[in-house]
Design a protein around this ligand. Structure first.
Ligand code: MRU
Length: 367
């Protein structure tokens, strides 16, 4: 997707072939800085410190992290060490484990001398697949937007609410929740997006608003608590969010605050969809509330806010008393009963065991 007049993916191999390049998302929207990852530890740090974030992009970066590790040591021990190091970076997004398992399975069975090149090629292929998958999610979700648009008078926008950043910056390209939005906009359908700011790290304000603005999609930034009010007043036609881990029965784990939006949507009869690739489904888990590990992050993300002053200086300022205890749960789980449907690369299904199994019988049956 575009930033200014340049096309970007969120991750790509460096031109000299000895590094991977990423956009340092901690600097957005204030500065566009490209970072080079050359070693396993660079990739692990980029994920842990959220230079890259978003479930599919975490997976893609982890795949490249494995490839970087195998360049310096392709042994079984190094493969295991790389797997463990990357797996320990963030606990909730299941795409991380999915990507690591895939690289370990496909590369680990090869002769040691072939592993580094094979892992590099595989990581690149996984990135291409992620972009294609998200585009397909977009095609499948577009039908939902088109159906709403048909009920509107000409030029009246379809109003979508989204939470956090499930955009192209959270994936390799297109995004999950944003893919149907971009395709609708590109097709000339009038669409407008309410962007939740998404405290504490403000991925909505800093990343989703940045993306939508660069693509020319009309949008309005709102505080996290505005969604219920907007829905009560008929200002939201559809909610689309992403997911970090969706269970075999359709519970959707996503950025903290997603659950409250789903409750408000249910109370107001607003359809609430999660858009996700199958790599986000954890077939080993059914009850998301009981079983999904929820990342807890540093309290300073809550007690402080980071932003750019009117003088162009990025500053971190305290908003709570120094002695105030803080809790920082990064994700929550929206039970399947509150989810109108799952938008996947194979189509839109009910958020249920039967719905997912109908679309992905070969994966559901395995468990
Ligand atoms: O903590 P983050 O920024 O990694 O959280 C990202 C989200 O919650 C996204 O909604 C999710 O990963 C889906 S990305 C397509």
């Amino acid at each position: 997707m575009r930033i200014g007049d340049r096309d970007f993916r969120s991750i790509w191999p460096g031109e000299d072939g000895d590094c991977v390049e990423i956009i340092d998302q901690t600097k957005l929207p204030h500065a566009l800085e490209i970072a080079r990852l050359t070693r396993l530890d660079d990739a692990a740090k980029a994920i842990a410190d959220m230079w890259v974030r978003g479930a599919p992009l975490i997976g893609a970066t982890a795949a490249y992290g494995m490839a970087l590790a195998l360049r310096s040591d392709p042994s079984d021990a190094a493969l295991g060490h790389a797997y463990d190091t990357l797996h320990a970076t963030r606990p909730t997004a299941i795409n991380l484990r999915w990507a690591l398992d895939r690289v370990r399975q496909e590369v680990g069975r090869l002769p040691v001398s072939d592993r580094a090149q094979a892992a590099w090629t595989l990581a690149a292929r996984m990135c291409d697949e992620d972009a294609a998958t998200n585009r397909q999610i977009g095609e499948n979700g577009l039908a939902l937007i088109e159906a709403i648009a048909r009920e509107k008078s000409p030029g009246e926008p379809v109003n979508v609410l989204t939470h956090c950043n499930a955009g192209w910056l959270a994936t390799v390209d297109w995004g999950t929740a944003t893919a149907p939005i971009y395709l609708a906009h590109d097709k000339g359908i009038a669409i407008h997006v309410y962007v939740d700011e998404t405290r504490p790290r403000n991925q909505g304000a800093g990343l989703t608003a940045f993306e939508l603005g660069n693509h020319g999609v009309p949008h309005t930034l709102v505080v996290d608590n505005a969604g219920g009010h907007l829905m009560q007043h008929g200002m939201v036609d559809l909610c689309i969010v992403g997911s970090d881990r969706t269970t075999a029965r359709g519970d959707v784990c996503n950025k903290i605050g997603t659950y409250l939006k789903a409750l408000a949507a249910r109370d107001n009869g607003v359809p609430f969809y999660a858009a996700l690739p199958v790599s986000t489904v954890d077939w080993t888990v059914r009850d998301g509330v009981a079983e999904i590990p929820i990342e807890q992050r540093g309290g300073e993300e809550v007690s402080h806010v980071v932003g750019m002053s009117d003088h162009g200086v990025v500053e971190r300022v305290r908003i709570a008393p120094e002695t105030t205890p803080v809790a920082n749960y990064a994700f929550d789980v929206t039970p399947a009963r509150l989810v109108s449907g799952l938008i996947t690369e194979r189509g839109v299904c009910e958020a249920s065991e039967a719905g997912l199994a109908a679309l992905f019988p070969e994966l559901a049956r395995k468990q």
